[in-house]
Design a protein around this ligand. Structure first.
Ligand SMILES: [Zn+2]
Length: 99
């Protein structure tokens, strides 16, 4: 019962505030909507400029065991779980291990 009274008072206060500031709220709401529309437009424009590319499966970066340069696993040269940034690094590592 106590909560009901509190809720009723709160509702009354909110209703009063809305009534009292309805003009301000209308303006604020209008500004908010305009802002959102603007953002949507800018986002749409941006999406058009940048070709669609799924960045959620972002390329995993891994450091080259030879030179330490960070490369995408896709672009790297794989050898036994290691990803080298280039064939040169791979060959150099192989040569080091061999000799
Ligand atoms: Zn490298």
């Amino acid at each position: 019962m106590k909560w009901l009274v509190v809720l009723l008072i709160l509702a009354a206060v909110i209703a009063y505030v809305i009534y009292r500031y309805r003009k301000h709220l209308q303006t604020a709401w209008f500004m908010y909507r305009t802002f959102r529309q603007m953002r949507k437009r800018t986002q749409a424009a941006r999406q058009k400029q940048v070709p669609e590319r799924d960045t959620s499966q972002a390329t995993e970066l891994t450091p080259c065991p030879k030179c330490g340069k960070w490369t995408a696993k896709e672009d790297g040269v794989k050898l036994k779980g290691d990803y080298f940034c280039s064939l040169t690094c791979l060959e150099e590592t192989m040569a080091e291990k061999a000799g």
